[in-house]
Write a protein that binds this ligand. Sequence first.
Ligand code: FES
Length: 293
Amino acid sequence: MIQGFLQTATHSWRTQSWALRLMRLWLGVTWIYAGWDKATDSGFLTRGSASFIGTQLSGYSTQSPIGFAFNKLIEHAVPVGVFVMLSEFAIGLATLLWVAPTLAAFGGFSMSLGLWLASSFHATPYFLASDSAYAVLWLSYLLLIRNKRKGFSMSFERRGVLRVGIVAALATAFAGVGKVFTPSVVQESAAATGKTKIVKLASLKVGATKNFALSNGAPAILFRTKSGVFAYSAICTHQGCTVSYASASKKLKCPCHGAIFDPYASGKPVSGPANNPLGKIKVAVEGAWVVLA
Ligand code: FES
């Protein structure tokens, strides 16, 4: 079985044109790398982290033309993240090993198209959106192998199912190995260090707020009152969406499931599904600047 598996992979590499080999190699390696990147990111499946899949979905839901679809996925962020990571490994491995290649190419195309609509739809100029280039590359590759594999059908005979099973097992093993190389989780709250300048004090009037990003990219929000400055993480403590300040109610609101936090009462939740207060960010005034303390 394993021997036949490897023979098919080797034969495919030997007999294909250089153009096809190059596309296969690039796409396969890139998709495995994308899965590895997620498997070794301690924050990817950790609520409250800047790179948490839920935070990314939350961002997509506000800027993507198909944002409504991402809104529905936010509450299932962790399983969605696991699915995306395993799919990337599986598509990359199947492409390199020539297992269900048409299906893998279709998966790669769909994923690239989805990512383009999700995260880089508004990139200008458009050619800076690498997801769109990958969608075109996967589609070209898909059409190329469909033409070469005349008579291809989506029927699954026993050997084919076993080969897909091997790829699925390898994808899961890769994800597991990636976790071994994951650095320990760094909780992001007030842990930002260094004296990073946020804004000039003079440009932040009493009663004003300012959205800013921590050095790790996590969103935060700064307040100035008569008594000084203070800041919170803008990551909702329910499922990781980004909260924003509603000046009319003087509260921080989460767009995902309606949690409301009171910034003038230590960021505590006052309604909605969140139970914990927003993370505090230490800030200070140094000279003319508000800085991260
Ligand atoms: S993520 Fe659910 S209320 Fe904020």
